[in-house]
Design a protein around this ligand. Structure first.
Ligand code: ARG
Length: 272
């Protein structure tokens, strides 16, 4: 069941990117590519960011990190549904012998913070792996995190969702677009983009289509700053509120192909 880290990650996490238009996907990633084009982030400034981990499946070098997640209640972590799928995990989440969330730790080599077992997983039944729509799920933790770790989720109509709003994306994912995974948490400043920008980039047809009702478009109009493989499930934050979860995109950091995020304001609050 255990595969070499790089292969496991590209196999598991390249999945969604691979579903994007083949031509665009073949283009090189931006050279200065968090998270591509980002900078180191302090976990104390962003305590709601967690790493999803299974050393058994993904190896111990990077503490088993394979996706990101966000603390939305002391025992609830929101993440991407595709992080919990068979394709990523090789089975059902409950079959992982050591599925944990790592909180309060920036360096995957470090000892700080806590590792908490995942007691239960719930995947949005409306998630569709062909359309990437509804890409979220909820983890229930065995122990509660401090209330100070919890981030508020933006409600529909929140000005944080307006195009042009500055937003930060966080993760331990690929920093180059070619499989260089971060050891410490990084963030990149992007902006909320109009739905039209992603509708143009992802019109459907051969690839996956962008849908503004369940997805949120964000990126760097000049290119360079973006989420990338391994960041999935992690937070996009604007005005101190959670507005998105890293979901998919074509390549990383290309001006013409923005990042696509799960629109968390469309998630019914009773889900978490
Ligand atoms: N699907 C990727 C993952 O599982 C996230 C890709 C995000 N890509 C982007 N260009 N914003 O980690």
């Amino acid at each position: 069941m255990r595969r070499p880290l790089a292969r496991a990650l590209t196999g598991a996490l390249g999945l969604i990117a691979a579903a994007a238009p083949p031509l665009a996907a073949a283009a090189p990633a931006a050279a200065d590519s968090v998270v591509v084009g980002g900078q180191p982030a302090r976990i104390t400034d962003a305590p709601w960011v967690v790493a999803l981990s299974s050393r058994d499946r993904f190896g111990g070098t990077r503490a088993g990190q394979f996706c990101g997640g966000v603390v939305v209640a002391p025992t609830k972590v929101l993440t991407a549904a595709h992080c919990l799928g068979r394709e990523a995990l090789g089975g059902e989440p409950w079959q992982l012998p050591d599925f944990k969330v790592i909180a309060g730790r920036s360096s995957l080599r470090g000892q700080g913070g806590q590792e908490i077992r995942v007691a239960g997983t719930w995947v949005n039944p409306d998630y569709d792996s062909r359309t990437n729509s509804g890409d979220f799920g909820v983890l229930t933790l065995e122990e509660a995190l401090p209330a100070s770790y919890v981030i508020a989720v933006a409600a529909p109509g929140d000005p944080a969702l307006d195009p042009g709003t500055a937003a930060d994306v966080y993760g331990w994912g690929d920093t180059t677009g070619s499989g260089t995974y971060a050891m410490s948490l990084r963030s990149a400043r992007v902006q909320v983009l109009p739905d039209a920008a992603c509708e143009r980039a992802y019109p459907g047809g051969t690839g996956v289509a962008y849908r503004g009702d369940t997805m949120l478009c964000a990126g760097d109009p000049e290119g360079g700053r973006d989420a990338c493989q391994g960041d999935s499930g992690g937070p996009l934050v604007a005005r101190g509120r959670l507005i998105g979860l890293v979901s998919w995109g074509s390549g990383c950091g290309q001006a013409e192909n923005p990042g696509v995020y799960t629109r968390v304001s469309a998630v019914p609050p009773q889900r978490f």
